[in-house]
Design a binder for this molecule. Structure first.
Ligand SMILES: Nc1nc2c(c(=O)[nH]1)N[C@H]1C(S)=C(S)[C@@H](COP(=O)(O)O)O[C@H]1N2
Ligand SMILES: [Mo]
Length: 420
């Protein structure tokens, strides 16, 4: 096994070791005489760049044009009841750029006029209220970074390997800094009656998405959010206002939020009965499985991010998260789960947010079975797919947080596989 990442070799150590071994481990090449990338005058040195007003809303470099959300045509009936996936293999750090956040919508992305936006709170309240967007923005607001994961993320893998990239096995997730008002503040304004124990959150899109949420969660950490990563929500993420339900399945994060009804029991609507419930092997159904269990995945190398540089220093990069807290530890194995070492976490460790991990080592070019395993702050450890199937059978498409295996081949290509 390579050295444990608890004491990762520094860049300097790489270079010294490389020099000792005759340069074999250097990551940088020697200066080659006549390299045209150095000797030739490139157009960007010879000519002026683009006028600064050419991009009043900035776009990525044209060389990054293939870093985009992805569709799986056979997965959903049409382009309105559909999903596209976050290109996790192209990203680093913990924040998902707004233009790359996966979208799951049941009736397309509503285009809501903010001047006509209204949020109603009704039901078991002292004072039924209607808020405009401006009204919401006069409450004290908070900034919080949370992941949103669809309960169906990795659902296509329940019965075995299916998708050939981390974008499609794990890309129904994004991680965003939200600005919003605690739902608690709005409920206090309306005055929840003693009998009020549940909320119905309803969207104003043509799908009229609606979910029951226990009052306890609403009072704890839910946000009525209007900004993502600093700017206004994108239309596909619920502009101008969406509900943020930290750590809980994405379906409950109602977009284009129009109404919150307070009641004394859950409503048992479609998305919490026939959908987003987990059919077990014995025919019974797990319901109200709101919390997202701890999970992790290596984003690079992965099938869409093969190793192109050959053997030598290799950076393994990945993501870990838990709907119940933070991620104090991620383990890595190179041999399909026989030996485990600790990964190196880098970046902020926010509650119910993505965490970024790395593992650096010298790859000798031999085939590897790469896996990552998350531990969360409650002590829970991410299970194998085998253990999950034993517990829950294979009827469900939801809440698959099993350990992912990537087979790194000698030529650098990577395959989605399972080990048993
Ligand atoms: N109003 C409304 N809210 C909605 C949905 C929808 O179709 N309509 N889809 C839900 C589902 S199933 C998920 S997984 C998340 C997806 O959020 P995103 O589009 O920002 O990724 O939004 C949820 N909120
Ligand atoms: Mo979802």
């Amino acid at each position: 096994m390579p050295d444990t990442p608890d004491k990762p070799s520094s860049r300097r150590a790489f270079l010294t070791a490389g020099a000792a071994a005759g340069g074999a481990m250097l990551t940088a090449g020697p200066a080659r005489a006549g390299d045209p990338a150095i000797t030739e005058m490139q157009p960007w040195r010879r000519n002026l760049g683009d006028p600064i007003d050419d991009a009043l809303y900035g776009m990525p470099s044209p060389f990054e044009a293939d870093v985009i959300r992805g569709r799986v045509e056979w997965l959903t009936p049409d382009a309105y009841t559909a999903i596209n996936f976050t290109p996790l293999h192209e990203l680093d750090g913990i924040i998902t750029p707004n233009g790359l956040c996966f979208q799951r919508s049941h009736a397309g992305a509503a285009q809501v006029d903010p001047a006509k936006y209204r949020l109603m709170i009704n039901g078991l309240v002292e004072r039924p209220l209607v808020f405009t967007l401006q009204d919401l923005q006069r409450f004290p607001r908070e900034n919080r970074t949370y992941f949103l994961e669809c309960a169906a993320n990795s659902g296509m893998e329940w019965r075995g390997v299916q998708m050939d990239g981390v974008q499609f096995t794990h890309g129904m997730i994004h991680n965003v800094e939200y600005t919003g008002v605690p739902l608690r503040s709005l409920l206090e304004e309306a005055g929840v009656k003693t009998a009020g124990k549940w909320l119905l959150a309803e969207g104003s899109d043509a799908a009229a998405m609606s979910r029951s949420i226990p009052l306890e969660k609403a009072l704890d950490d839910c946000l009525v959010a209007f900004n993502m990563n600093g700017e206004a929500l994108r239309p596909e993420q619920g502009y101008p206002v969406r509900l943020v339900v930290p750590g809980w399945e994405g379906n409950m994060w109602v977009k284009w939020l129009r109404r919150i009804e307070v009641g004394d029991k859950p409503w048992h609507h479609r998305e919490e009965t026939s959908k987003y419930s987990d059919l077990m092997a014995d025919g019974r159904t797990r319901r109200f499985t709101w919390e997202m269990d701890a999970k992790s995945v290596i984003t690079s190398p992965s099938p869409q991010a093969p190793v192109l540089h050959g053997k030598g220093p290799l950076v393994v990069s990945g993501l870990a998260w838990s709907g119940r807290g933070t991620i104090p530890q991620v383990d890595i194995t190179l041999d399909g789960g026989i030996n485990w070492v600790k990964a190196r976490l880098s970046g902020p460790s926010f509650d119910k947010s993505l965490h970024r991990f790395y593992y650096e080592f010298d790859w000798d070019g031999r085939p590897l079975l790469l896996q990552s395993r998350a531990h969360d702050s409650t002590g829970y450890v991410q299970p194998t797919k085998e253990a999950l199937r034993k517990l829950r059978g294979v009827n469900s498409n939801y809440h698959n947080n099993g350990i992912q295996t990537w087979h790194l081949q000698s030529d650098g290509r990577v395959e989605n596989v399972e080990v048993s």
